[in-house]
Design a protein around this ligand. Structure first.
Ligand code: SF4
Ligand code: SF4
Length: 403
């Protein structure tokens, strides 16, 4: 049965780079890993570091070099702070820790949170460190592994799950052990039958694991997943964690398993470079913090006549600096200048809003603190027949309120 949810848009799109194996990229000029509000250095500025070496801490989470080279400290680039390593092109890596030797059943929640923090495993769905997500989840009954694409053109997660089905299932078992949850659900688009079969090859216990085929609509917000899976409407400020549901990206589950069995922190990320005009696009595994300059080199340059956005063409967030921990797709979009027309009160924007706002009210000066609830998915703008930049207007209100 295909599971449905409120809001979002269905987009008929040809998958780009479907069946394209993940290419592993080691060579890059530099890596820049975002530093949080509170950071500290462990490695000396100017020191030669190897891949996996501890550079410092960012908001309580270790930061490791993802390539070998010269550590340049924390630098401000385009208004943001980054731990920066200039690569030496050698890609020397050394696991800094021993692999976990204990049986999974011997590990406590604290052990696994400690491991997730030590290995700096990041959740690409939320952009948060996995250890913080696990720490916030009390009385967890369900673990949901998000295997959905950020956008219908993308086939990255399909490929990641196919090539890493064993790691995905074993990582999910670690999350079940950490949370004490009774069941793990793999949430994915209903068309991903090959992924369901691949996961089923390792997730034999039907009481413990299930695949949840979702209708193909974007975006898959927390509210969408919780409603589709558990027919539960989250209140505006309610989180899945408050309802005993932990939602984690497939990438995080894979990275947690890989780190615990190898002793190597998460120093790599999956990303797809796709859209019209990408000459050498595809699905990639790259060093964490790879710069957009290096990503351009991989794909022979980003198309000049397009907008280059991250994760979803709907949200239109343009790329800058380096690959952050919540970006899994770089997409090319037409920079269409459609003339804006007056609102015709069709209500389409409200129909697709995943958080049940009526975006057109922003045009009447009724902000109703919409900027606090808006998840900036861009669905309202996408369907508006009058080409009104609703999301931008809502977010501008946010800017006004912060002044
Ligand atoms: S108002 Fe915000 S959350 Fe609702 S559809 Fe528009 S961008 Fe998405
Ligand atoms: S979709 Fe556009 S035209 Fe229709 S009600 Fe919303 S703002 Fe108005």
């Amino acid at each position: 049965m295909v599971l449905k949810f409120h809001g979002g848009v269905h987009i008929n799109a040809k998958k780009l780079f479907a069946d394209s194996e993940i290419k592993y990229i080691d060579n890059c000029w530099a890596i820049c890993i975002a530093a949080g509000e509170e950071y500290s250095l462990v490695a000396e500025i100017g020191a030669q570091v190897y891949g996996g070496e501890l550079l410092g801490f960012s908001d309580g989470t270790p930061v490791y070099a993802s390539v070998s080279g010269c550590f340049n400290g924390v630098l401000e680039i385009e208004g943001s702070l980054y731990f920066t390593v200039i690569s030496d092109g050698e890609n020397n890596q050394t696991p800094p820790y021993e692999p976990e030797q204990r049986a999974l059943t011997q590990l406590t929640k604290e052990d696994i949170i400690f491991a997730a923090r030590q290995f700096a495993v990041m959740d690409s769905r939320s952009g948060m460190p996995l250890w913080k997500l696990l720490s916030q989840t009390e009385n967890c009954r369900r673990v949901v592994i998000d295997c959905t694409e950020p956008f219908p053109h993308s086939a990255l997660l399909e490929q990641v799950c196919l090539e890493n089905a064993r790691q995905l299932v074993y990582g999910s078992k670690i999350l079940l052990q950490a949370t004490g949850a009774l069941k793990c659900v793999f949430a994915l688009e209903c068309g991903k039958k090959k992924v369901i079969n691949a996961i089923g090859g390792y997730a034999h216990d039907e009481k413990l694991f299930a695949a949840a085929p979702l209708e193909e609509k974007y975006p898959y917000t927390d509210r969408a997943l919780v409603y589709a899976l558990y027919v539960k409407n989250l209140d505006m400020n309610e989180t899945p964690a408050e309802n005993g549901i932990l939602i984690v990206s497939a990438e995080a589950a894979i990275a947690l398993f890989n780190a615990m069995v190898s002793g190597m922190p998460q120093t790599r990320r999956f990303v797809t470079l796709c859209g019209d005009g990408f000459e050498n696009g595809g699905n990639f595994s790259v060093p964490r913090g790879i710069t957009f300059h290096d990503l351009q080199v991989i794909c022979n340059g980003f198309p000049q006549d397009k907008l280059i956005v991250k994760n979803s063409l709907l949200s239109g967030q343009q790329v800058a600096g380096a690959l952050d921990d919540s970006t899994i797709a770089i997409l090319a979009a037409e920079d269409k200048k459609i003339p804006q027309k007056p609102c015709i009160s069709c209500g389409e924007c409200a129909n697709v809003c995943p958080v049940k706002l009526f975006p057109a009210e922003i045009l009447l000066g009724k902000s109703q603190r919409m900027y606090e609830k808006c998840v900036a998915c861009g669905a309202c703008e996408y369907v508006c027949p009058s080409a009104i930049p609703l999301m931008n207007l809502i977010k501008t209100k946010e800017g006004d309120s912060n002044e």
